[in-house]
Design a protein around this ligand. Structure first.
Ligand code: ADP
Ligand code: ASP
Ligand code: MG
Length: 409
């Protein structure tokens, strides 16, 4: 019998009525003869509320206790979903991460799934019992509850799909697919029928939060067929949404597939550092030791043996980065640090860039025409990112969406 994973995000399970709507999609698949594992998020707003409680009590919280608290939201939803399915005549049982178990690394708050023992789930499937699995959580090597980072239920769903050999992993959410950009910013955004794993990976890591980056990575590695689709379409008239699949299955020949953005960035410039080997290493060692991720990096040309190094970090990490740099000042020997907390990153993504020339020119010209200044640029084979003043973010997203003709199919 074929197996499916259906994952429902926070908005999709925000109230008992919505849980019922979600359960009707599950019932449809069960009635069609599938063995189903449902993966659920916490009800909308719950995880934020729990995170706020933790931060309110303990700003530099113990990550093990953070996980004990924030994993609770999913436990509630899994029980409610199992009960709702039972009421609809679908035999179902809830599972917490530790019960399966879903084993993770010990990095509390940002753990990665290492293995899932599917034997228990498969045994229960054979007894006719469908599974409801709490997303976002697992159990660490210390035998304590761990969580997978914000948005982590997507990753739980893909990992369960790989572990049980599911035919498909359907991510049900509040949009009916992956769009050319966030439809909340650009109403003319268009639904993409098929997108390659590589492009989806870039879109997710550059800010499109519709899928957690790690879930796309896992799906690509395990060849899980991933659909993004809407919970709010009637269960008897559901459309397939967007398929995330291998590049060979995608028939697009535009240079750019989508526009992604990340609003909350910060830019740090170390002014007047010695232009000699070892200085960059000292800067980024200090930042890395503080556990801060660096994104874009540029170094200026040198004058009188000194130069400037500019890089970006997430806005929430800027104070930790500054503290680390101040501590390392004797080693780095910079003259001053300039901080800009008002920047954002906009990116264009597309495998078509490999074969189309002039993409950067079109991007820069379109932004220039709107008076948007570009502060830093980074590129890879299939994306170009620019750092801009945050107040121009919406304008930049819409301008690029238009410049690359993304409204029309
Ligand atoms: P869930 O709670 O179901 O996990 P999320 O809020 O995490 O849902 O992700 C869905 C949201 O992602 C959408 O409501 C949309 O605003 C946003 N989003 C950002 N970029 C895109 C995109 N390119 N396509 C679709 N949705 C996007
Ligand atoms: N509830 C968790 C969060 O809000 C996980 C998820 O929804 O994917 O981040
Ligand atoms: Mg999400």
């Amino acid at each position: 019998m074929s197996r499916l994973v259906l994952k429902f995000g926070g908005t999709s399970v925000a109230t008992p009525d919505r849980i019922r709507q979600a359960a009707l999609h599950v019932k449809r698949e069960v009635d069609a003869g599938h063995q189903v594992a449902v993966v659920v998020s916490a009800m909308a707003g719950e995880t934020n509320k729990l995170v706020d409680y933790v931060r309110g009590i303990s700003p530099l919280y113990d990550a093990r206790e953070y996980d004990a608290v924030v994993a609770a939201g999913e436990q509630v939803t899994s029980g409610l979903m199992a009960l709702t399915l039972q009421e609809l005549g679908v035999p179902a049982r809830s599972w917490q991460g530790w019960q399966i178990p879903i084993r993770t690394t010990g990095a509390h708050g940002v753990a990665r799934i290492e293995s899932i023992d599917s034997a228990n789930l498969l045994k229960k499937f054979d007894e006719g019992l469908h599974a409801v699995v709490s997303g976002f959580q697992g159990i660490g090597p210390d035998n304590r509850i761990s969580t997978l980072g914000r948005g982590g239920s997507d990753t739980s769903a893909v990992a369960v799909a790989a572990a049980i050999g599911a035919e498909r992993c359907d991510i049900y959410t509040d949009v009916d697919g992956v769009y050319t950009t966030d439809p909340r910013i650009e109403p003319a955004a268009r639904k993409i029928e098929r997108i390659s794993f590589e492009e989806m990976l870039e879109m997710a890591s550059l800010g499109a939060k519709v899928l957690q980056t790690r879930s796309v990575e896992l799906a690509m590695r395990n060849k899980v067929r991933l659909h993004v689709r809407s919970t709010f379409e009637p269960a008897d008239a559901a459309t397939p949404g967007t398929l995330v699949c291998a590049e060979e299955e995608v028939m697009e020949n535009k240079p750019v597939t989508g526009v992604a953005f990340s609003r909350d960035e910060a830019k740090l410039t170390l002014h007047g550092i010695p232009d000699k080997p070892g200085v960059a290493a000292a800067i980024f060692a200090a930042i890395a030791d503080a556990g801060v991720n660096v994104d874009m990096i540029v170094q200026d040309v040198s004058a009188q043996g000194r130069t400037d190094m500019t890089f970006t970090v997430g806005l929430v990490e800027v104070d930790r980065a500054l503290a680390a740099l101040q501590k390392a000042r004797p080693l780095i020997d910079y003259q001053e640090i300039l901080t800009d907390r008002e920047v954002a990153k906009v990116s264009i993504v597309g495998v078509g860039m490999r074969s189309h020339a002039g993409v950067a020119k079109t991007m820069f010209a379109a932004l220039a025409k709107e008076g948007v200044n570009i502060q830093v640029v980074t590129t890879s084979e299939i994306k170009i990112s620019v750092l801009i003043d945050r107040k121009y973010l919406e304008l930049a997203v819409r301008t690029l969406h238009k410049a690359f003709n993304l409204e029309s199919a």
